[in-house]
Design a protein around this ligand. Structure first.
Ligand code: AMP
Ligand code: TRP
Length: 333
């Protein structure tokens, strides 16, 4: 069955290997499966739920777009655009915000985490963030939404909102309840310095992550210094339960090679971590440095990036404005 895919990434700058393996690589694989129709959005309206410097925001929108393109998302096959170009997202979000219930939003754990201790000081936008995300998805009748585990609750909310709208206005199946697509393997790439912490752009140590714009030397050096343990090379996947750093490095190797952890363990049977790290560094350089070079090249051509977003925005607008107009008619406007 053909799938209609929608996903979004925040323009927060400094995307890393975790974003690539956990999200963007998957977007590319989905795009390249027969009959899938994919829409990938740089969610700049979501970004302003926290205060942004206008110039940095603009740079980050372009940088995230450059990462999409450099990673292999092809504007001839997929729609690539930034959310603020399509007014239907904000309009749809308002309408759906009047369908969603406070009680539902109060359960969202991401809000609690992001708002921190002083909830009174969080923006109202941060609170209704999941409603905007729901509009993103429902405006395109997306059937499948690739996201990380942390977004599963938001997807459930979007299903509830779709169902309530359909029920309240007696329009069965008008809004389509989407299915989450959550990667089973390699969905959490960990810090290179601490196997219990997620690789993250906010980690103060640059050695904890591989940035998608690192040079070959930086990549090789970071892998050389990555934390391991003093035990022999693993022989079984079960050993990883207590060896998070080794698991993470084997996870990166397996994911980038599109092979199972078992296969990677077999491959290095009888070797040592030095051999493994050399191979791993070569592989990460092979897969990431062409992306890095392409990002740098694209970042010199803002006009090109802007033209891709504009073209994608027009295609997205054609879908989304039609859907939001149908919504308006249904509710009596
Ligand atoms: P973020 O930059 O945290 O908003 O994440 C953007 C996308 O990358 C989301 O789909 C995340 O689930 C994914 N992601 C972020 N960090 C990691 C990580 N360390 N491992 C795997 N996926 C990640
Ligand atoms: N909330 C998502 C995240 O933080 C980003 C996002 C916004 C999104 N709108 C979306 C993801 C629609 C999937 C579909 O990762």
């Amino acid at each position: 069955m053909s799938k209609k895919i929608f996903s979004g990434v925040q323009p927060s700058g400094n995307l890393h290997l975790g974003n690539y393996i956990g999200a963007i690589k998957n977007f590319v694989d989905l795009q390249n499966q027969k009959d899938n129709q994919c829409i990938y959005c740089v969610v700049d309206l979501h970004a302003i739920t926290f205060k942004q410097d206008p110039k940095t925001l603009k740079d980050n929108i372009r940088e995230t777009t450059a990462v999409f393109l450099a990673s292999g998302i092809d504007p001839k096959k997929s729609i690539i655009f930034n959310q603020s170009l399509v007014p239907a997202h904000a309009e749809g979000s308002w309408i759906l915000g009047c369908v969603a219930r406070m009680g539902w939003l109060n359960r969202m754990t991401q809000f609690k985490e992001k708002a921190g201790k002083d909830k009174e000081k969080a923006s109202v936008g941060l609170y209704i963030y999941p409603v905007l995300m729901t509009a993103d998805i429902l405006l395109y009748d997306a059937t499948h939404v690739p996201v990380g585990e942390d977004q599963k609750q938001h997807l459930e909310l979007s299903r509830d909102i779709a169902q309530k709208f359909n029920l309240d206005f007696n329009v069965p199946n008008f809004l389509k309840a989407p299915e989450p697509l959550i990667q089973k393997y390699f969905s959490r790439i960990m810090s290179l310095k601490d196997g219990t912490k997620k690789m993250s752009k906010s980690d103060p140590s640059d050695f904890s992550r591989i940035n998608l714009n690192d040079t070959k030397d930086q990549i090789a050096n970071k892998i050389k210094k990555a934390k391991t343990d003093s035990l022999p090379m693993p022989s079984y996947v079960e050993e990883f339960a207590k060896r998070s750093e080794a698991e993470n490095l084997f996870g990166i190797y397996s994911s980038l090679n599109n092979q199972s952890l078992e296969k990677s363990i077999d491959e290095f049977n009888g070797k040592n971590f030095l051999d493994f790290k050399k191979k791993l560094a070569d592989l990460v350089v092979e897969k990431i440095s062409p992306i890095s070079l392409e990002i740098n090249k694209l970042q010199k051509d803002n006009n090109f990036i802007d033209s891709i977003l504009k073209e994608g925005g027009e295609k997205a607008n054609a879908y989304a404005s039609k859907k939001v107009n149908e919504m308006k008619k249904i509710i009596g406007f």
